[in-house]
Design a protein around this ligand. Structure first.
Ligand SMILES: Nc1ncnc2c1ncn2[C@@H]1O[C@H](COP(=O)(O)OP(=O)(O)OP(=O)(O)O)[C@@H](O)[C@H]1O
Ligand SMILES: [Mg+2]
Length: 229
C-alpha cells in the first residue's frame, strides 16, 4: 500500500480575475521508505503540493490519503493531531522557538501532546544530528546549519512515518546544505521513513530515489533514480 496517495489534486487561490490555478489534477502514490524530490521552477506549485500532502491547507478538489486515512475527511482538530503524530515538517526558515534550547525545541511536538519523550531515542537523534555538545544552547547561539539540524530533529521527534521538507537546504551554503541532506538521508534510513523534499538543489534531486517534476501546476514527469533532474 502507498503511504501517500494523492488523487486528482487541484488547488485554486483567489477568484475571478485574480484566480490562480496552483495545482491541476495531480495524482501519484509514494511507498514507505522512498526518498522523493519535487522539482520545478518558482511558482510551479511545489509548496502548495507539499502543504496539501501534509494537511496544512485544503485542496479545491481531489484527495490525499496518508496510510489509507483520507486527510481532508478528518475534522480540523483530528487532522491536527494526525499530522503531529504522522508527519514531520521541515521548512526553509527553521521556525525554532527562540526561548527554548536545542533539546526542548526537538521535543516540542511531544510536549505539545503531553507525551513523555522517549529519552533513549531523543538522545540517539541528537547524537545522529551532531548536536550533543549544543543541547542546552538557544537557537540564537547556533549556526544556520545547526539550526536546521534542530529543525530536522524536531521533525523526527515523533518518529513520523513521513517527513516533508520545503527547501531544507535553501538558506545554507553548499557545505552545510550537503551535510543537512546527508543527515536527513541517514536519519531516514535509520528510522525507515518516507521523505518528500522540495529542492532547487540538483544534488538533492540527483540523490533521490524518485523525482517528481511540476510545471505550471501539472505533474509533468515522474522518474526513478534521480535522472529526471
Ligand atoms: N496564498 C496564496 N494566495 C494566492 N496565490 C498563491 C498563494 N500561494 C501560492 N499562490 C500562487 O500559486 C502558485 C504556486 O505557488 P507555490 O508557492 O506552490 O510555488 P513554488 O513552486 O513553491 O514556488 P517557489 O519555488 O518560488 O517556492 C504561484 O503562482 C503563487 O503565486
Ligand atoms: Mg515554494
Amino acid at each position: 500500500m502507498n503511504v501517500i496517495e494523492a488523487s486528482g489534486l487541484c488547488k485554486r487561490y483567489g477568484k475571478d480575475s485574480t484566480m490562480v490555478e496552483a495545482l491541476k489534477n495531480v495524482s501519484f502514490g509514494i511507498s514507505q521508505g522512498e526518498f522523493v524530490a519535487i522539482v520545478g521552477s518558482s511558482g510551479s506549485g511545489k509548496s502548495t503540493l507539499l502543504h496539501l500532502l501534509g494537511g496544512l491547507d485544503r485542496p479545491s478538489s481531489g484527495t490525499v490519503r496518508i496510510d489509507g486515512e483520507d486527510l481532508y475527511a478528518l475534522k480540523e482538530q483530528e487532522r491536527a493531531v494526525f499530522r503531529r503524530r504522522k508527519i514531520g515538517f521541515i521548512f526553509q526558515s527553521y521556525n525554532l522557538i527562540p526561548v527554548l534550547n536545542v533539546e526542548e525545541n526537538i521535543q516540542l511536538p511531544l510536549l505539545l501532546d503531553h507525551r513523555q519523550p522517549d529519552k533513549a531515542y531523543i538522545n540517539d537523534l541528537i547524537e545522529t544530528l551532531g548536536l550533543s555538545e549544543r543541547r542546552k544552547h538557544l537557537p540564537s547561539e547556533l549556526s544556520g546549519g545547526q539550526q536546521q539540524r534542530v529543525a530536522i530533529g524536531r521533525a523526527l521527534a515523533y518518529r513520523p512515518a513521513i517527513v516533508l521538507a520545503d527547501e531544507p537546504t535553501g538558506n545554507l551554503d553548499s557545505a552545510n546544505g550537503r551535510e543537512v541532506l546527508e543527515l536527513l538521508k541517514l536519519a531516514v534510513r535509520q528510522y525507515h521513513q518516507t521523505v518528500v523534499v522540495i529542492s532547487h538543489d540538483m544534488n538533492v534531486a540527483a540523490e533521490a530515489d524518485r523525482v517528481l517534476r511540476l510545471q505550471d501546476g501539472r505533474l509533468i514527469s515522474d522518474s526513478r533514480g534521480g535522472n529526471g533532474a
